[in-house]
Structure formats: structure tokens, C-alpha cells
Ligand binder design. Structure first.
Ligand code: ATP
Ligand code: MG
Length: 425
């Protein structure tokens, strides 16, 4: 036998048994984004490598060790996108969507990072990203957070998620803090792990984000970023908190929340859960007022977030609270061979007449009992049976698969009514 080819490690097939839950999630989030007036943008999956180096930052986990980068046939260095914000800004600049206007956009799709695969962490994973441009106040930051809170409520996940919030303040404030932090870390260099030593000069704030328990105590005593906040950032943060308070959204101010990408300033936030083990962040974002200019556009304030679809679908699965909607309403079968063509015709006719109804035609023949078993397994509400008599009399026999109700034989006209009522349910 020929050797089977396997999927790439960390890149998953999403199987028919699972897609129902994905589609449910996608439908809920589409409706939610529409209800806030956001528009969808779709970007390519591959970009020039420089786009990510310049935006995410050279000394970050993503750029240092996680990107899928390759030379194409022309020798150009390309990268499978590890996230969407850089592409979205690139597209916005390229098509003049950002300058002197406001934009509220979203996208959904696969991202690629070469990480160690484990539960909730994959090499191809999916994000829903939301990005807004041209708005600098805490009002839009609050809108984004309110929107995510509403999503958790709709999905039944609110009680499992906590909001963590911080401000990275202005570039100048962060630079002053960086100096103080670096000095402190140097004093404690004996406790620093290898990654942290390397980051000490290039990206010391990221050391705060370390999950290494051996450094936890030392980091807890480190100088606090909030002690270095500039006045404007302090007011911005206070106003954001006031809006969250007014909306009844609770949050934790996490001084060590710095995010893994270089482009953030001021507001940063994460929604975290205890229910997924180590991969606890399901949604993360913040303000990135400098990025548009950094990527060649005119200075434009911006704020956004991205959520990990796999992690959220895992949470929904664990809850199992979302019983999946049925995928087939009606299963049509032929009790006798002479009814096979009429059965196929009937299926087509019903699809013409009853919009929204999901009709599955039995294919492959077989004994009646076996066909009925398939009808039951399909999850359908009704089986429609055609045999010699039904065809001759232009009638159909209905068997109710989920109710204690005797089967009945109806005319086509009466059938259409029964089926119409099924769509409404
Ligand atoms: P983490 O700390 O878990 O590595 P991150 O800070 O690298 O996350 P972001 O770049 O902020 O993640 O991406 C936003 C969200 O996308 C994350 O909160 C998470 O839900 C999801 N995500 C990120 N990387 C992965 C991955 N490899 N597999 C599955 N989901 C992911
Ligand atoms: Mg990561």
C-alpha cells in the first residue's frame, strides 16, 4: 500500500463534526461586528518579510523564532502572516483608507507561527482581528472592550473570562521606565534566564512578561511602569476605566502586561481564562498610534485586538452548552427502485419551493431499513418516503423522526405547508 501523507504538525484539519461549532462562532461574531458598524477587510496570507520585521519588532518571539519565512522563485523573502495588524495597516496605507478619516475594520482567517504545538497552541491557527483608525480617545478603546464583553455574554463565556488592563504610556515615558527597569534587572542579573539576558539590552520590558517561576519574585519587586506614566496617558487610562466602570465591566490592572509585539503604546488589554491550562489568553490587543507612520503612512492613531478562534471554540466545546443546530431538516428516500428518479425530482422541487430548508437525498440505494437508519443518523426532523404507490398518486409519506406522531401520506401541496412550518422553527 502506498504510504499515506500526513498533515503538517500543528496544522489541523477542522472536521465536519467540528465545523458546526466554528460556523456558530463565526456567525455570532459577524452579527456582533455588524451591530457596531464595522466592515470586513480581507488581506493576503503572504506578505513581504520586511513588513513583519518592521512592525512586530526584530527582537520579539514572533520575528526571532516563529515566522514561516521563505524565498520565492524570484528570490524575494516572503512570510506567511503571523498576525493581521501589520497587513491591515499595509493595506490601509496602500489604498488610502486611513489618512484623515476614521475606519473600523475586522478580518478573520489563518495565521502561522512555528511554535511548539500543544492544546490551544498551533502552527496554523485562526484569529478574528478588529482594527480601528483615526480615533485617539479612550472612548474607542472602551468600545472595543465593551464589544468583546458582549461577545462573551452571547457565547455564554463571561463567567470564565477576566479582563487584564495596563497602559504602556507614551514613548518617552516608556523610555524612562525602560532605563530604570534595565538598571534594576542588571542588579539582579544572577537570577535572569538566558532569554532575559539576551533581551536586557534589546527589549527589557518583555522580560516582565516571562513565565519563568525562578524569576517571579525578582520581577514582582521591579519598578512599576505606572510610576513613569506621562500625564496624558494617566488621564487616558483613568477615562477608560471610568467607561468600563459605567458599563459594569470589571478588570484587573496588571502592571506587568506588556504584550509581545513592539508596536503598542498606551492601552493594552487581554482577556484570560483559567479553563484552558497554560494557553489562557483568548483575546489581546491595544493601542498602536505609531505603527501607521512607521509603515510609511501619515501619523494616524489606532487601536485593535485579535482573538484566537481555536481557544474560544475549545471553551465552547468544554461547556458543551451550545447544543449544535441541526444541519439537515429533511431526508428523502425511495422505498422502491422505480421511485428513485421521482425522489431526486422531489428533492429539487422542494429546494425550489421552500427556501432555507436543508434537504438531503439518500444516495446509494440499499434496503429500506438501512435507508431509514441513515435518515435517523442525519439528524433530520422528517423522512420523506416515495414508493410505487406514492409516485402513482402524486403523494409523499412523511415519517416523523423526532416526535411520537404517526406517519401520514400527503399531497405535494399539503407537504409544502408542513415543510414551510419546519423552516420557521
Ligand atoms: P501567547 O502569549 O499565548 O503566545 P500572543 O501574545 O503570542 O499569545 P497575540 O499575538 O496577541 O498572541 O495573538 C492574539 C491571540 O491569538 C492570542 O491571545 C491567542 O488567543 C491567539 N494565538 C496566538 N498564538 C496562537 C497559537 N500559536 N495557536 C493558537 N492561538 C494563538
Ligand atoms: Mg505567542
Amino acid at each position: 500500500m502506498a504510504k499515506q501523507i500526513q498533515a503538517i504538525r500543528g496544522m489541523n484539519d477542522i472536521l465536519p463534526e467540528q465545523t458546526g461549532r466554528w460556523q456558530y462562532f463565526e456567525a455570532v461574531i459577524r452579527d456582533l461586528l455588524a451591530s457596531y458598524g464595522y466592515s470586513e477587510i480581507r488581506m493576503p496570507i503572504v506578505e513581504q518579510t520586511d513588513l513583519f520585521k518592521r512592525s512586530i519588532g526584530e527582537v520579539t518571539d514572533i520575528v526571532e523564532k516563529e515566522m514561516y519565512t521563505f524565498d520565492d522563485r524570484n528570490g524575494d523573502s516572503l512570510t506567511l502572516r503571523p498576525e493581521g495588524t501589520a497587513s491591515c495597516v499595509r493595506a490601509g496605507n496602500e489604498h488610502g483608507l486611513l489618512y484623515n478619516q476614521t475606519r473600523r475594520m475586522w478580518y478573520m482567517g489563518p495565521m502561522f507561527r512555528h511554535e511548539r504545538p500543544q492544546k490551544g497552541r498551533y502552527r496554523q491557527f485562526h484569529q478574528v482581528g478588529v482594527e480601528t483608525f483615526g480615533l485617539q480617545g479612550p472612548d474607542i478603546d472602551a468600545e472595543l472592550i465593551l464589544m468583546t464583553a458582549r461577545l462573551w455574554k452571547k457565547l455564554g463565556l463571561s463567567q470564565f473570562l477576566t479582563l487584564e488592563l495596563n497602559s504602556l504610556a507614551s514613548n518617552a515615558a516608556r523610555a524612562a521606565y525602560r532605563e530604570a527597569l534595565t538598571a534594576y534587572l542588571r542588579e539582579h542579573s544572577a537570577v535572569l534566564d538566558e532569554d532575559s539576558v539576551r533581551r536586557l539590552d534589546s527589549n527589557p520590558l518583555r522580560i516582565l512578561d516571562s513565565k519563568n517561576p525562578a524569576m517571579a519574585e525578582m520581577l514582582a519587586q521591579a519598578p512599576k511602569l505606572s510610576e513613569y506614566w506621562d500625564e496624558e496617558s494617566r488621564v487616558h487610562f483613568a477615562e477608560l476605566c471610568a467607561r468600563l466602570d459605567a458599563a459594569g465591566i470589571s478588570y484587573v490592572h496588571n502592571e506587568r502586561l506588556v504584550r509581545g509585539l513592539d508596536y503598542y503604546n498606551r492601552t493594552v488589554f487581554e482577556w484570560v481564562t483559567e479553563s484552558l491550562g497554560a494557553q489562557g489568553t483568548v483575546c489581546a490587543g491595544g493601542r498602536y498610534d505609531g505603527l501607521v507612520e512607521q509603515l510609511g503612512g501619515k501619523a494616524t492613531p489606532a487601536v485593535g485586538f485579535a482573538m484566537g478562534v481555536e481557544r474560544l471554540v475549545l471553551m465552547l466545546e468544554q461547556l458543551d452548552q451550545q447544543s449544535l443546530p441541526r444541519e439537515v431538516d429533511v431526508y428523502i428516500l425511495a422505498a422502491t427502485q422505480d421511485a428513485e428518479i421521482p425522489a431526486q425530482q422531489l428533492a429539487e422541487q422542494i429546494r425550489d419551493q421552500v427556501t432555507g430548508l436543508r434537504v438531503m437525498l439518500h444516495c446509494g440505494g440499499g434496503k429500506f431499513a438501512k435507508q431509514m437508519k441513515k435518515a435517523d443518523q442525519s439528524g433530520a426532523e422528517l423522512a420523506l418516503i416515495l414508493g410505487t404507490d406514492e409516485v402513482q398518486n402524486e403523494q409523499v409519506t412523511i415519517k416523523y423522526l423526532r416526535q411520537e406522531k404517526a406517519q401520514e401520506t400527503l399531497t405535494y401541496a399539503a407537504l409544502t405547508e408542513v415543510l414551510g412550518a419546519l423552516v420557521a422553527k
